[in-house]
Design a protein. Structure first.
Length: 248
């Protein structure tokens, strides 16, 4: 549709050189999330899918799991399927798993002990690693910004005139977590790979910061470096894909 050569968009431009053509901003948001999440989801993806399929794939296990939700006073919501082709839905999937973290741990422990299930043991091990919980909370924190932006431009209102300003606002919101405050207003001219622009302590959301307080410094440094890579990629992709530099 919008390729550079024999696309529909190019044929329109041949007919009318003054026409303005924009990518679908909601699709662009999903592509930004996809690219930025790549490293973190390599860590979490297999286990998230495994947890969901292990419970939802068996009516008996699903019914048994509901008892754990009831015991731990967690709302009996079904775990959501992880759809990698709809990236912004990943937020809701992760949010649901975090809400059920304790029931999941205890259910999988019982499955491991009673049934000698190696699958349950592997999945429980994933949930027992505090680093994985931190990454999940981080994704919940940062993907929410992209989800809110995406929802805004799915409304019935005509908002195309706000696209550049809203895109820059989102860019600054993401950058504010890792770029020195005095440089935020100049974010469009900064190189995110320049170490001199990075805060001494990047911010990863309130839940992550609470969990990080009790961990060794070298462990915390590794986690922050991983999340910093996410932030850098996210800002670069927004600059590449959103109409920030257009003269609309």
């Amino acid at each position: 549709m919008i390729g550079k050569n024999e696309s529909f968009a190019q044929k329109l431009k041949n007919e009318n050189p003054d026409i303005l053509i924009f990518n679908c901003i909601c699709h662009s948001s999903a592509l930004v999330a996809n690219k930025a999440c790549d490293n973190l989801m390599k860590i979490c993806d297999e286990s998230i899918r495994g947890i969901i399929s292990y419970i939802n794939g068996s009516p008996k296990r699903a019914a048994k799991y509901k008892e754990f939700q009831c015991f731990f006073d967690v709302k009996e919501n079904k775990l959501l399927k992880l759809a990698r082709t709809r990236w912004l839905s990943v937020y809701f999937c992760i949010e649901r798993i975090l809400e059920n973290w304790i029931p999941l741990q205890n259910f999988l422990l019982l499955e491991e002990v009673e049934l000698q299930s190696q699958t349950a043991a592997k999945l429980r091990e994933f949930l027992s690693d505090i680093k994985n919980k931190i990454y999940m909370y981080f994704l919940k924190y940062v993907l929410n910004f992209l989800n809110q932006f995406n929802a805004l431009f799915q409304s019935d209102k005509v908002l195309i005139h706000e696209l550049p300003s809203r895109s820059i606002k989102l860019l600054k919101t993401i950058a504010n977590n890792f770029v020195k405050p005095e440089l935020i207003d100049n974010i469009l001219n900064l190189n995110v790979n320049d170490p001199t622009i990075i805060k001494e302590k990047i911010y990863m959301g309130p839940d992550c910061e609470i969990l990080l307080n009790d961990l060794p410094d070298d462990y915390v440094q590794e986690v922050r470096e991983t999340c910093l890579t996410f932030y850098k990629t996210c800002v670069s992709e927004i600059c590449n894909r959103f109409p920030i530099f257009d003269n609309f």
